[in-house]
Each structure stands twice: as C-alpha cells, then as structure tokens.
Design a protein around this ligand. Sequence first.
Ligand code: GLC
Length: 570
Amino acid sequence: MPHHDSPTPSSSSPHDADWWRQAVIYQIYPRSFADSDGDGLGDIPGVTSRLPYLADLGVDAVWLSPFYPSQLADGGYDVADYRDVDPRLGTLDDFDEMVATAHRLGLKIMVDIVPNHSSDQHVWFQEALRAAPGAAARERYVFRDGRGDDGELPPTDWPSSFGGPAWTRVADGQWYLHLYAPQQPDFNWDNPEVREDFHDTLRFWSDRGVAGFRVDVAHGLAKDLRAPLRDLGDQQSYQPDALPVDGSHPLWDRDAVHEIYRGWRQVFNTYDPPRFAVAEAWVGTSRRMAYASADGLGQAFNFDFLGARLDADEMRATIETALADARDVGATSTWVLSNHDVVRHVSRYALPGDHRKRDVEAWLLTDGREPAPDLAAGERKARAAALLMLALPGSAYVYQGEELGLPEVADLDRADLQDPMWVRSGGRVKGRDGCRVPLPWTTEGTSFGFGSGGSWLPQPSGWGRYAAEAQSGDAGSFLELYREALRLRRTLVADEALAWAGSQEPAPQGLLHFERAGGWRTASNLSDEPVRLPQGEVLLASAPLTGDTLPPWTTVWLRTGAASVSRSGR
Ligand code: GLC
C-alpha cells in the first residue's frame, strides 16, 4: 500500500468559503482519543500528537466533542465554562497549539457548542441557585413554581430525555428545567443576555482559528415558556418523525429557533472565510433543512441515512430525499453512519434482522450477546456502507475508530458504565459507553497505545487487533480502505450531482448504482446474491472481486471514462 507521507493538499484553499460542502469531517470524542499524560482520560495534547495520522487518513476537518471544563455528568455535554479547556484535558495554549498544528497539516478544526443547557456547575447556574425566586439570575434558566398545594409537584409533565422528570426542585421550593440530566439545566433563550453570551462564545473560538461548530441539540433552544406552561400529555414520547410539522411542539423544533441561528449566521459572516456550523437536530425529515439554510447554520446531520436499513430501495429513497432537500436550501447533504450517541455500525449491521432501532434497543438491554452479532457480516456490510457513503455528494462525518472497523463494546461491566442514561433509566438501558471505549493505537502495551496509564473505560482484551498500528500497510484492512477511498475521493469529486444508473431498465434487486461527474461510477450490491459487475475500470472495492461479478454486500468504485452522464441536480 503506498504511503502518503505528506498529505495531499485539500482541494479547497484555507480561505475557501465553501470548503465544507464536500468535506470529510472526522469526529473526535476527546476523552477517548489519545491520552498524553497517562491519567486515563484523552486530552488535547493527545489530539495534537495524532493529527498527522488524521492528515494521512485524508480528512479535511476535525470536529471535537466537548473538551470544556465539566464534571462529566454527560460526557462533557454538561459545560461549566464555554470559553476554556478542562484542566484535565489541557489548557487554552494546548488548544492553540493543536489548531496551529492542524493548519500546518492542512486540517480544519471544528468544535462542539452546547447551547440548550449548561452544567449545573456553570457560574450562572450557581448564581441562580443563590438568588431568590424571581431574581434576574434565575431568568437565564427556567425556574418555575411547582404544582400541588405546596408546590410539591413538578410544573409540567415534561420528561427528561435520559429518563425521569425534566424538573428538579431546589432548596427554596422552586423547580428548574433540564431536558437531559439534572446536572444540565436548560437555558432560557428568551433572555437576550443568553443570546449575547453565546455570540461571545462563537467569537471566542472563531478568533482562535476554529472553522466551524457542531451545534448540540440544535432543535431544543426555543421553548414555549409562556405561562401557563403546557403539559405534553400524549406527546411525551420523543420520536423525530412524530413531531408536529407546523413547529407547534412546546419544546422541540419550534420555528422561533431559526431566528437564533440567523443571529449566529451574522456572527459567522463577520469572519473570512465565514464560519460554518452543522446542526444536530433530531427532527422529521421535512423539517431538517431549515437548520441548514444559508441564513442559518449551513448543514444539518442526516440521521435518516444512519437509521436506514442497508437495503437498496430504502437507501436510494433516503439518498434522493436528502439530496433534493439540501439542494432546495442551497446546502449540501451530510452522511453519518456512527457517532458518540449510537451503537457502532459494524455491530448494528452484525445483528440479525434488519438492524433497525428495535433490534439495537433489544441488544442494549442485554449483555450484548443476545441477539448474537455476526461480526464478520457486520464488518463486510460496514465496508460496503463506507464506500457508499464516501461516494455520495455532500459531506461525510466519520466517527473516530470507524476507520478501524471498531465494533460496539456491548458487554462492558455494569459497574463501569458512566452514561447518565444507565442511571436515569434505572438500569434499563445500558447507554452509549459501548461506542466510547478509548481507541487502540498499538497492538500491545498499556491501554493499546491510548496512553501510558489505564483508560477511563476498560478496553476489551482483543482490542489490539483493531489498532491503527496493526492495520497500517495491510491492504485488506479497514484503515487502508478508508485511506484509499479518501485519497481517490479527492481526485474524483467534481460536483454535487449524482445520476442513478440503469433508470431505463430495472436494476437487479439489491443493486444501488449511480454515477458522479467525470465518469465515476459506484455500485453497491446490498443483497445476499452476486450480481453482474457494472462496466468500468475498478478503482476500489470493499471486498475482493472475482471475475465479472459483484459479490454480496460489496461496493465498488469504477471509472467509466464516459464524460457525460445525465444528471439529476445542478
Ligand atoms: C446530544 C449529544 C449527546 C448529549 C445530548 C445532551 O444529543 O450528542 O451526547 O448527551 O446532546 O447534551
């Protein structure tokens, strides 16, 4: 396998305002990426030390999940100070050095911003607790009197997303709102001070050279807080597709949220190049792109792709909708297979049945042995899905370790679980720790090269076989598949259009087949039967090819030389 000792320069110059439209963005979950000081927790200097690996992998940008001061009640998504680095993870100087190193390597840095709620350790919340009911300090959050004769009942029936009620009572008898853990009080976005403060935070990181932001719970900020607060009644269970499409839910995806992001866009556009953001918005498909509009954030995660079955018809429909919706607002689509909140896709695809939510949930309730995963099948499908994703127009978000083919660690000892979901669900749902186990870098050694100490979540004994060290240079490995795909992608991606092949004649069952500009064709056989290999020179395949067949669960990239294909899209 040829080694790319110097990274290919990005197709976009550092000042290209459109760099994100066709980017590959690598998500780092800092606690679990690389630990430079041996305390078992990944840190910023650890990230810096591994940036050459990411440049070599061929990504355009890195998105860091929260690294801010936090008591880690929700893995860092409980932020105590939005403009600092957690001392356990480094300093602002370390952050600056990371950015400088990234820029030298041609990589951009994006950071996570958590605007729906802070940590209860945030100075504002501490001030609110000390203040009396009705004081201005309480108006930055959502404090209310309870119901019942003595206010002993929560103000509404709103549930926390991690289980239990969304209200916690404080000493003087008032209740505060937290749609997640009690250590994550929700901000009151009707308060101009909150809005101004987030503008300052966006400027703070933009001034430090950050290219963009991933916006946590982007659909949650604008709540209907008018008195009397409305109960949810039968709207309690949260399903993105079941949210009202007119934006009338009291908590989620209200139209007023876009006014907040128009304000953010004005801040972004004072920079050259303008800063960019991607929304994490678990909303219905038809509502998603409002977050990605040109006067809004720029992009929105397309979780339909992550949730779709690996089935040609379902994938094709999901892809078509995503491309059309993005085009409508002048954005590009995003593609996500894994992140720090979901079961790693090797394991999802390894489950029997259709690996949809219900299978995964059933599995999360057990010790990860029932239903039994078929990891070889999962890996094969994950490789096919990766080449499919990386061939699509738009931006691909790769979650750390996905390029190593890491599976979910589904049998973590209960005593080691740290996700608030585990505790708040009363031990019913194991939660998300299984996709957050620290990465293996070396085949042996303390914590497989993650750091010189242990690791905050135990790594399985066989973890070394997935190590970057073990895969580097092995042409059949996941890592080399991703490296080669990203290298080719840079030479191949020419525009944002995609044309489905074979629209005249019905494609064989299970075949997903499309063309990109410049004579590049992708065919995925998402079935158990071999199909005929479409014509073209093979550039890359997710599994070995034999003769002129495309084996089951395989994606191939082909060069056809045909310069003109009919295009859907621009
Ligand atoms: C987002 C994050 C998740 C976190 C939640 C609350 O969904 O991705 O990890 O628990 O928001 O901040």
